[in-house]
Design a binder for this molecule. Structure first.
Ligand code: FAD
Ligand code: SIN
Length: 531
């Protein structure tokens, strides 16, 4: 049941695949992914990938837009390196076979999204992620140095804790020796020892009831690293996308890309009035946190479950050419977006926080790297600029590869690691215990830890979560391991971290808005100083 590899990659989205493709030039890679290989948030990305290509855009403008969106919490040096590497990383995607739309003159067709001062988003119609995911999968499948294990779920990363050493503190000396991986064929947990482990498990959207994220986004990597006493931060900054399609029968929610607003669609209230200018001079293309809060407020005022998006002013041929996926999807439920209003509602979309990494993707645990949505590199600060996440994943997987190939040959395998201990566990005969707890968690997070928060709401969420945590830990300890219980446990851990990080932030900043602290700390300080 034991396996040894140079590089263990957990996750098959843009972060995991692009790392695997590069690491495979140097050693053997085992890539595990808990569902089918293409079931990732990457596949559902619509708008595209931000990169600086042509004047009048410049790196400085993209850096500035990213800093503004991050509400002064982004790490400027990380922003600079990410944006300055954008052109090179995008060119590499093209070399891997990814097609981006072009204009009639043969230049890349660039779109604009909220918070961007220039047109700089490369896209493949409104299915950019699908195009990227397909091409990366193809390249990985053709690579002899990459072994792909589908439907294999990473349960825990292996550290000194598994050697019986008491790891009670977040010590700087932790080392990752690989991971315990659930093998669906044997229905057993396998030990995979690795020199380098790359955590690329994506986001956390399913912790909320209404999300654009696919079901695989249960925050597993963040929870595993947190339990292993690795460092995690910024989890209070959950980005709610302003415009998911309001269709209560469907979960996850279908996204209506911001690029549609970039092309001219506007938000309207029940009476057909454009309401965004009341909130921000940038109107419907203001940064996401502002638009999502404005919609939330409009819904509270009107008592309705959604607002409207009007795309009727966009030329029909532009809709058919650039937004065929959205057009077809809406038409399938009776909405013709070339003339009908689209009902939209905010949905949990992106986690700006995650596993802390340095500029080389290294985490606080030796030999463990993180990239993509599960990582917190310092790029996004308090709010992510649209279409910066695919870019971030490419940049940090590249940098992680550069660093890890310098090290991996000198890293020994730790053969003393014991096999997974499942003694004393029995089959859980009541799946309902898991499904109901998941629904309760989602209800708690959506009700009390959503777009607008307060101390009392957060405390309420924490109290409710504590009970779910206790019940789930008990069930986990006595049950034969199945992926569903692992995911529930991870989701509860992630919910707990979000609430705690939100409680610790005694200000409103970026995506974290609290009724109890309506202003930035520094703004509050300015007001206090002027009194
Ligand atoms: P993912 O692509 O989500 O991949 C995570 C992988 O990890 C999956 O393969 C999953 O199965 C696997 N995994 C998770 N847990 C485990 C485990 N325990 N064991 C084994 N495998 C595991 N960003 C942009 O920049 N531009 C866009 O236009 C854009 N549009 C978006 C539209 C939608 C609908 C959504 C949901 C997101 C969008 N985003 C966009 C965000 C972006 O898609 C994601 O942040 C990015 O794709 C994350 O890539 P990733 O590789 O980190 O994770
Ligand atoms: C979108 O297309 O609106 C999503 C873009 C993103 O999340 O970056």
């Amino acid at each position: 049941m034991r396996k040894t590899v140079d590089f263990l990659v957990i996750g098959s989205g843009i972060a995991g695949l692009s790392f695997a493709l590069k690491a495979a030039n140097f050693g053997k890679v085992c890539l595990v992914t808990k569902s089918q290989i293409d079931e990732t948030a990457t596949k559902y990305a619509q708008g595209g990938i931000a990169a600086v290509l042509y004047l009048p855009d410049t790196y400085e403008k993209h850096i500035q837009d990213t800093m503004i969106a991050g509400d002064e919490l982004s790490d400027r040096s990380v922003v600079e390196l990410t944006i300055r590497e954008s052109t090179e990383r995008v060119m590499e995607l093209i070399e891997w076979g990814v097609n981006f739309d072009k204009t009639k003159k043969g230049k890349f067709a660039l779109a604009k999204e909220g918070g961007h001062s220039e047109y700089r988003v490369l896209h493949h119609k409104d299915m950019t992620g699908k195009e990227i995911e397909q091409k990366l999968i193809l390249a990985a499948q053709q690579n002899e140095n990459i072994e792909i294990l589908e439907n294999h779920l990473a349960v825990e990363i292996i550290t000194q804790h598994h050697l019986g050493i008491d790891v009670t503190r977040r010590t700087p000396d932790l080392t990752c020796f690989g991971a315990y991986i659930y093998d669906p064929n044997k229905k057993k947990v396998r030990t995979v020892l690795s020199k380098i482990t790359m955590m690329a498990t994506g986001g956390i959207g399913t912790v909320y009831g209404n999300t654009t994220n696919p079901l695989v986004c249960t925050g597993d990597g963040i929870a595993m690293v947190y339990r292993a006493k690795g460092h995690v931060r910024g989890m209070e900054f959950v980005q709610f996308h302003p415009t998911s399609l309001f269709n209560p029968k469907e979960s996850p929610s279908f996204l209506i890309t911001e690029a549609l607003r970039g092309a001219g669609a506007v938000l309207k209230d029940e009476e057909g009035n454009e309401f965004m200018l009341k909130y921000d001079t940038r109107g419907s293309l203001a940064p996401r946190d502002i638009v999502a809060r404005a919609i939330d407020n409009e819904m509270k005022i009107s008592g309705k479950e959604h607002v409207w998006l009007d795309a009727a002013k966009i030329k029909k041929n532009e809709i058919f050419e650039h937004f065929p996926n959205i057009y077809a999807k809406c038409l399938s439920i009776g909405i013709d977006i070339t003339k009908d209003l689209i009902p939209v509602v905010p949905a949990a979309h992106y986690s700006c926080g995650g596993i802390i990494t340095n500029q080389w993707g290294e985490t606080s645990i030796h030999n463990l790297y993180a990239s993509g949505e599960c990582a917190s590199t310092g790029l996004h600060g308090a709010n992510r600029l649209a279409s910066n996440s695919l870019l971030e994943a490419l940049v940090f997987s590249h940098r992680a590869c550069l660093k890890s190939v310098e090290q991996f040959e000198n890293i020994p395998f730790c053969h003393d690691i014991p096999e997974w201990d499942s003694s004393g566990t029995v089959l859980n005969e009541e799946m309902v215990l898991i499904t109901r707890s998941k629904q309760e968690l989602q209800a708690v997070m959506s009700s009390y830890v959503g777009i607008v928060r307060s101390n009392i709401r957060l405390q309420r969420a924490l109290d409710r979560l504590f009970l779910l945590y206790k019940e789930t830990e008990e069930l986990y300890k006595k049950s034969i391991l199945i992926p569903e219980i692992c995911e529930l446990r991870n989701m509860i851990n992630v919910g707990y971290i979000i609430i705690h990080n939100a409680m610790d932030r005694k200000e409103s900043r970026g995506l974290h808005y609290s009724l109890d602290y309506p202003a930035h700390k520094d703004l509050q300080q300015t007001v206090e100083d002027s009194l």
